[in-house]
Design a protein around this ligand. Structure first.
Ligand code: GAL
Ligand code: MG
Length: 974
């Protein structure tokens, strides 16, 4: 190859160059019947685009080289760019991958138009075929197509070469908060068409059934042949030509022989509308005919009839103000980085559906086309987001005319590709790129091209939630305190629907106050929901010995969020990056292997289609859906008694219209007053196989309390073992290896760290309390121990009263927190047990982890789990595994020996293998060494989790208040 003109253009530092020789984007899906070029390619990594050639090795396509090559590893940054060069410049060290392979062009392709499609390349793609320069493309998340008809010869092999440059002017507008990678992330293929072909098909399918299909036709061989025409059928029903459209075209002098347009119409009677709850799809077949009737080209589409509109301050789908229970989803895989298969995407969406989500924002770029097919099919509303984020240089770029073509290019190509998907209800102009004329230009293009959907852009709505001129039809803030949202909705000034593009940051043990947030949304007209940040914890599976990504070979080296020995979930900094943002990349509702985190159960309940209420003896079943009844669900009643019993009875769900409720009889006789606390749970499951869940999948478990606990348990006689204290005045007990002590601290969660609480606790000394025994006295059989702890906020007085009771010891405690100690992590008791007590049985909320401000989805019941399964392995070790509202528990060995604890009042309990300081000292799980016994915390008060790593902290009611806390518990030997 002689002098390379593509390289000499230096397109990686030319923002005006968005592409060269790339074909226009369109909505005709060419994947089926194409020749796949996926597989192993020859590969070499150059130090820069103009650097000297190196060694040929092999690389997987699709695949990023950052997960395959030892010479250029993943790097994680949030806002900051990984290099200091200002836009549009790039660093001199600019890894560049050269991919090459030979492909046999089938002889039968002679006379056909041959097109190369590169699914996605990051961040600049230069294409050569047979040594000839073919084209350039940017936008790492949309396909690029090039016409190869003139460069290859059917029957001969062709050499395809991709030069992929990692850093470019485009990197400055691809500064999303995720790992930096480079390579080819989506499939590569060749397809052919007749020279006379469908260049685009646009489907409009409103709910009234008036289907319109617009086709664009071209002939690469020259002017369009006489007599071509287009036909189409929807589920067998033929569409008719729009004769008025044809007549106007015929009279229009501007319509040339080179550009063909056709419009087809029909009216579909008794439409089965598409919604996320009822994803009804129809099959549309479009055919392009030559004058003799033969078929030159065809295109298939799945059509969903639905309307999206904004009326007043409501976003309506088919006329209904739907709640948007969304999640932000990145393309992520722990073994490939960014390359995801159709099965991966389906599994993601299935998890979302199973946990009550009905919407996805494709944060922060267009996804693989398959994702939208799946959203259409499974039923999810989609906010489709363009690949524009200039976070670090947001202000400079939004108005920089050099980047104007890129903004319009990225937004328009997304719309051109995705416009026919019923699942897409909103276009998003991108993320965190300030707001400028470049956005308005892109918005203007969309408004003209697709007037059927609203536009959103957080940066435009941020300036003013009410200004209708700005390029966002939706007020879509991120992490706005719910009180601000409510105040806005009540202010009388609201003009746009308020749907948060990001809320409830799921970093580590998080998502406190989700239920309160939703209670406010549901009760405040004008508020419609939002998208949780985010779906994935982006931990890359890493080998600890050599620090490299495990890559595709890592299959089977993780399970249930836990990695195999010698491996760990890597986050920022783990690949030796000098510039990085640490564990901020691990902020999803699922682990890197897609295991749901406990918050998913909370979300599932909040979003559940069925709710129960029990008011003054009246039991009601509510249908919380927008469009359908409860026919698709089955259910079972559970009566949970404080006596340890759970009675079950089949439930038949009544007919309830969407949004309505029906009174139902109590399925069990009302509990006797003496029965104590009684709970009624409705376990709701799928009645049939659904596309996203087999029959019998749990959908939600709403619960109501039928009777409260009896008060006043009479004090028990002191007939138990005598209380023994050691020299330090600590309780000695055969099952305990460390005596019960006061605890005011927890291993900081990510929210505690980033919200500043952990630093305050450290300043107060809560992480290293030193006990000073002030007094020990015996009062009959009771022993009273009074201690004092010095803290930076003043002394904490702690009293323990030990009383022997039948079979055990009652411990009554009180702690007086000084006024300045107004935000402790917890107030409670911690002790450790002998080894061998490996199963926890408890009566309280569960079975999954719950905390005071995240406990709506954990019903009260009689639960049982092995101790090792109680712990939640958040990527950066932190407080985890707590259970809220625990009334009593046993911790036992296989031979049923062990201990039983009864709490005076429901408390927050955690049982695991680690002390708080063990967790706080570790950065990854592979550093943790489980203790042989159990570390048990019984908390009278435990701070809520909040979301302060990015967004509001927990609300005041979930803080640990200063003043006197009293609690009591009884310890018995089983
Ligand atoms: C937002 C941003 C996301 C992510 C999140 C924090 O500001 O849009 O991409 O960075 O915060 O995890
Ligand atoms: Mg950002």
């Amino acid at each position: 190859m002689g002098r390379d003109h593509l390289l000499s253009l230096r397109p990686w530092e030319s923002p005006e160059t968005t592409s060269w020789q790339r074909l226009p984007m369109n909505a005709v899906d060419r994947r089926s019947g194409a020749l796949s070029l996926d597989g192993s390619w020859h590969f070499q990594l150059l130090p820069s685009p103009t650097g000297a050639s190196g060694e040929w090795t092999l690389a997987d396509v699709p695949g990023v080289w950052t997960m395959q090559s030892p010479h250029d590893l993943p790097q994680y940054t949030n806002v900051q760019m990984p290099f200091g060069d200002v836009p549009p410049h790039t660093p001199a060290a600019n890894p560049t991958g050269v991919y090459e392979r030979s492909v046999d062009i089938p002889a039968e392709w002679a006379g056909r138009r041959i097109v190369l499609q590169v699914g996605a390349a990051e961040s600049v793609l230069l294409v050569h075929v047979n040594g000839r320069q073919v084209g350039i493309s940017k936008d790492s998340h949309l396909a690029a197509e090039f016409d190869l008809t003139a460069v290859v010869r059917p029957g001969d092999p062709a050499t395809v070469r991709f030069t992929v440059v990692k850093w470019s002017d485009a990197s400055h507008i691809e500064d999303q908060d995720q790992w930096w990678h480079a390579g080819i992330t989506r499939s590569v293929l060749l397809y052919t068409t007749d020279p006379l072909h469908l260049a685009d098909v646009t489907v409009r399918a409103p709910r009234d059934g008036r289907l319109r299909v617009d086709c664009t036709v071209r002939d690469t061989a020259g002017p369009l042949p006489e007599g071509w025409y287009v036909t189409a059928a929807l589920d067998g029903q033929l569409l008719s030509q729009d004769t008025e459209f044809d007549r106007l075209n015929a009279e229009d002098m501007r319509v040339s022989d080179f550009y063909g347009e056709a419009r087809l119409r029909t009216v579909v009677r008794d439409v089965r509308p598409w919604t996320a709850e009822t994803p009804e799809l129809y099959e549309l077949a479009v055919r392009l005919h030559r004058s003799d009737g033969s078929i030159a080209d065809s295109s298939h589409h799945r059509v969903g009839f639905r309307d999206v509109e904004i009326v007043g301050r409501d976003l309506l789908v088919n006329g209904e103000r739907v709640f948007i229970r969304g999640a932000n989803r990145h393309d992520f895989h722990p073994l490939t980085g960014r390359t995801v298969t159709a099965d991966d995407m389906r599994a993601d969406l299935v998890v979302l559906k199973r946990f009550g989500f009905n919407a996805v924002r494709t944060s922060h770029y267009p996804n693989d086309p398959t994702l939208y097919d799946l959203a259409d099919e499974l039923g999810l509303y989609v906010v489709d987001e363009a690949n524009i984020e200039s976070h670090d240089h947001a202000h400079e770029i939004a108005d920089d005319p050099r980047y104007l073509p890129a903004f319009v290019d990225r937004v328009s190509r997304m719309v051109l590709r995705d416009k026919n998907h019923p699942s897409i209800i909103v276009w998003s102009l991108g993320n965190e790129s300030d707001y400028g004329a470049n956005h308005d230009a892109a918005a203007g293009w969309v408004r003209r091209h697709d007037p059927t959907r609203p536009i959103q852009y957080e940066g435009a709505a941020k300036i003013d939630w009410t200004d209708e001129k700005l390029a966002s039809d939706i007020a879509c803030p991120m992490y706005a305190p719910i009180e601000d949202c409510v105040a806005h909705a009540l202010s009388g000034r609201q003009t746009k629907p308020l749907i948060q593009c990001e809320y409830s940051h799921a970093m580590g043990n998080s998502n406190g106050t989700l239920a309160d947030t939703w209670a406010a949304i549901e009760s405040t007209p004008g508020l419609q929901g939002g998208f949780i940040w985010e779906f994935w914890d982006h931990g890359i599976l890493q080998r600890v010995n050599d620090g490299r990504p495990a890559g595709r070979g890592g299959v089977g080296l993780y399970d249930n969020g836990v990695t195999a020995p010698g491996h760990r979930w890597a986050y920022g900094g783990d690949f030796g990056e000098a510039i990085h943002d640490g564990a901020f990349i691990a902020d999803g509702v699922v682990f890197p292997d897609r295991t749901p985190k406990p918050v998913m159960y909370e979300h599932r309940e909040i979003a559940g289609p069925v709710r129960l209420t029990y008011d003054e003896g009246v039991l009601r079943i509510h249908n919380r859906q927008h469009f359908r009844g409860l026919e698709w669900l089955a259910a079972e009643w559970l009566l949970v008694g404080a006596d340890g019993t759970t009675l079950r009875a089949p439930a038949s769900l009544p007919e309830v219209e969407p949004g309505g409720s029906t009174q139902v009889p109590l399925p069990f006789p009302p509990p006797e007053p003496s029965a104590g606390e009684t709970w009624l749970t409705l376990r709701v499951t799928t009645a049939d196989d659904e596309a996203w869940a087999p029959l019998g999948t749990e959908v939600c478990v709403p619960q109501v309390r039928l009777a409260a606990a009896a008060t006043d348990t009479p004090p028990e006689p002191a007939t138990g073992p005598a209380v023994t204290l050691d020299a330090d005045a600590l309780l000695v007990h055969p099952l305990l290896t460390s005596a019960p002590r006061l605890s005011l601290w927890r291993a900081p969660t990510d929210n505690d760290e980033l919200g500043g609480m952990a630093a305050r606790w450290h300043d107060w000394g809560l992480d290293a309390l030193v006990r000073k025994v002030v007094d020990v006295r015996e009062e009959g059989s009771r022993v009273v121990v009074l201690s004092e702890y010095a803290t930076g906020a003043g002394p904490v007085r702690h009293e323990q009263v030990f009383t022997p009771v039948t079979g055990g010891i009652r411990v009554e405690e009180s702690a007086e927190l000084p006024a300045g100690l107004d935000d402790a992590a917890r107030v409670g008791t911690v002790f450790e047990t002998v080894p061998g007590l490996d199963v926890l049985d408890w009566y309280g909320q569960g079975p999954w982890e719950s905390y005071p401000d995240r406990s709506t989805g954990a019903p009260v019941g009689h639960h049982s789990l092995p101790v090792d399964e109680l712990f939640t392995p958040y990527l950066r070790p932190q407080e985890s595994g707590g259970r809220h509202g625990v009334r009593r528990f046993t911790l036992s060995a296989p031979d049923a020996t062990g201990l039983a604890v009864e709490l005076g009042a429901p408390g927050q309990v955690s049982v695991n293998r680690y002390r708080a300081e063990d967790l706080a000292a570790a950065t990854h799980h592979d550093e943790l060494v489980p203790r042989p016994g159990c570390v048990v915390h019984l908390d009278a008060a435990h701070r809520g989790l909040g979301t302060a790593s990015c967004g509001p902290d927990t609300s005041a009611g979930y803080l640990v208040a200063p003043g006197t806390h009293r609690w009591e518990w009884t310890l018995r030997v089983l």
